[in-house]
Design a binder for this molecule. Structure first.
Ligand SMILES: [Zn+2]
Length: 253
């Protein structure tokens, strides 16, 4: 029963993330005005704004002008709902569930915004660092010291790489947004997860880069944002950190 509540709660937060994804990069308010159709500008009534359900009932089209509604909306709502359910099954009805769910929700919004705009909004990552650090005082899974070390290692290591890159190649390679994102990941998951996140995201990022270069040709110049890989690495670290570290310690040499 409570699992169903966690799915509904997740879908509602997913719906809110859609608003953030659309409006944060434009620096618009996420509260007012209410949602409206991007084409015919008709306001979307509350009964047409039910996460997942409305998209199915409206068959993916605007009630007024029948233009197609982006599949992105139900997709984000669905992914967030599944994330909520998985975390609820892992942590139960607890502060830890809310802690990790707010983290995952932030990563989802950051990933999509970074894919579209190649920016990671400070309004998500900076408060995220503060929330992660403060919450570590009451969450049993992470100590305050571990969270603090995570921020310093996450922010510090990428800052060093970014500065070194800029000094060597005289141009910006990695954005400041990535530095703040990894600091936020450190605040929520601790210093070990930061190392794991760097390794995983570099690995997945390199493989993806090679696949894109092979399929699109070497002249492909589109800069691939790094935020989505950091987010993906952090989510794998969140769920499998202990298993990966255990596996490493057991099978090295
Ligand atoms: Zn419309």
């Amino acid at each position: 029963m409570l699992s169903v509540v966690s799915i509904i709660f997740g879908a509602l937060i997913g719906s809110f993330l859609n608003v953030c994804i659309l409006r944060l990069p434009e620096e618009e308010s996420i509260i007012t005005p209410g949602s409206h159709c991007p084409r015919c500008k008709n306001p979307i009534k509350f009964y047409d704004n039910i996460p997942l359900v409305s998209y199915v009932l409206l068959k993916g089209r605007c009630r007024y002008c029948h233009c197609p509604i982006s599949i992105q909306y139900p997709l984000i709502e669905g992914i967030t709902a599944v994330g909520s359910l998985i975390l609820f099954m892992k942590f139960g009805p607890s502060l830890s569930y809310l802690f990790y769910f707010s983290f995952v929700a932030a990563l989802i919004a950051i990933t999509v915004i970074d894919l579209y705009h190649q920016i990671i909004p400070d309004v998500i990552s900076l408060p995220g660092i503060g929330v992660g650090l403060l919450a570590s005082l009451i969450i049993p899974q992470i100590t305050f010291l571990n969270s603090l070390l995570g921020i310093l290692l996450g922010g510090g290591s990428l800052f060093l790489v970014a500065t070194l890159y800029q000094w060597l190649f005289k141009r910006e390679g990695m954005g400041g947004g990535d530095v703040k994102l990894l600091a936020m990941i450190g605040a929520f998951l601790g210093w070990k997860a930061v190392i794991l996140t760097i390794l995983l995201s570099s690995l997945i990022g390199s493989i993806t880069g090679i696949i894109i270069m092979v399929s699109k040709g070497k002249d492909f110049k589109y800069a691939i944002p790094f935020g989505p890989f950091l987010s993906l690495g952090a989510m794998i670290a969140l769920f499998y950190q202990n298993e990966i570290i255990f596996w490493y310690l057991r099978y090295r040499g």
